[in-house]
Design a protein around this ligand. Structure first.
Ligand SMILES: Cc1cc2nc3c(=O)[nH]c(=O)nc-3n(C[C@H](O)[C@H](O)[C@H](O)COP(=O)(O)O)c2cc1C
Length: 208
């Protein structure tokens, strides 16, 4: 079925997609601040605005890349175990079931097919996974946190803020990729962000 955009908002929604190859062209601080401020007009239950947004570029972004890739590589080599990297919350179920299992498999298969990575080529898949932590070469990384004592409603609000950022970016000629893959490494990322002890890491995002 062909979907036709009837207005600019619909056009932006239809054009947004997750990008996994960015140019390194920098984005001005002014533009990033403007985008995040506008995105923060997202709704939140009783207007609690339960979000914090961290913007990383340059050296800090590189430090996160280096440390997370080192950890992910240790995990891949079996030098560390999954229990060494506990995610802040379960983004995915422990056991997959239909129809989500098939959708997930189709998504992975198509992505690796485009990348010309054969099924079972574990090392190539691992290298592609590491690209997440290089922010797919994007100049900007974003991280979203909430207060650790807030509940599922906060995640919904932060998700709306994230979607606003992705749409505002698209309307500006920029692209994004939301990244739950960073969650596993939140204990490495949070101290680099100087996040407070009472914050809960929710998600990462590439922007460029
Ligand atoms: C919260 C969230 C986390 C995601 N995490 C990742 C990720 O870590 N790495 C990645 O490459 N894509 C990630 N994605 C992108 C999804 O794979 C993508 O949204 C989905 O396949 C639909 O494609 P589209 O965004 O291009 O429409 C994430 C998406 C969401 C909403």
């Amino acid at each position: 079925m062909q979907i036709i955009a009837n207005n600019e908002v619909e056009k932006t929604i239809l054009e947004r997609h997750s990008v996994r190859a960015f140019s390194s062209k920098p984005i001005s601080d002014k533009l990033i601040r403007d985008m995040v401020n506008k995105a923060a007009r997202a709704p939140s239950g009783t207007n609690t605005q339960p979000w914090k947004v961290y913007v990383v570029q340059g050296q800090v972004k590189q430090q996160i890349t280096d440390k997370v890739i080192e950890a992910a590589h240790q995990l891949y080599l079996g030098l560390k175990s999954k229990s060494d990297f506990k995610a802040p919350y379960s983004y995915y179920p422990a056991t997959w079931f239909e129809p989500y299992l098939s959708r997930r498999r189709e998504n992975g298969a198509k992505m690796y097919q485009i990348l010309d990575i054969a099924k079972g080529n574990r090392s190539a898949m691992h290298l592609q996974q590491l690209r997440n932590f290089k922010f797919f070469d994007a100049p900007v990384g974003l991280f979203f946190t909430t207060h650790q004592d807030l509940t599922d409603g906060a995640k919904m609000a932060v998700a709306m803020l994230m979607q606003n950022i992705m749409l505002i970016a698209k309307a500006q000629g920029l692209d994004t990729c939301p990244q739950a893959s960073c969650n596993t490494y939140h204990e490495i990322i949070m101290p680099i962000l100087n996040a407070k002890q009472d914050e809960r890491f929710l998600c990462g995002m590439s922007l460029g």
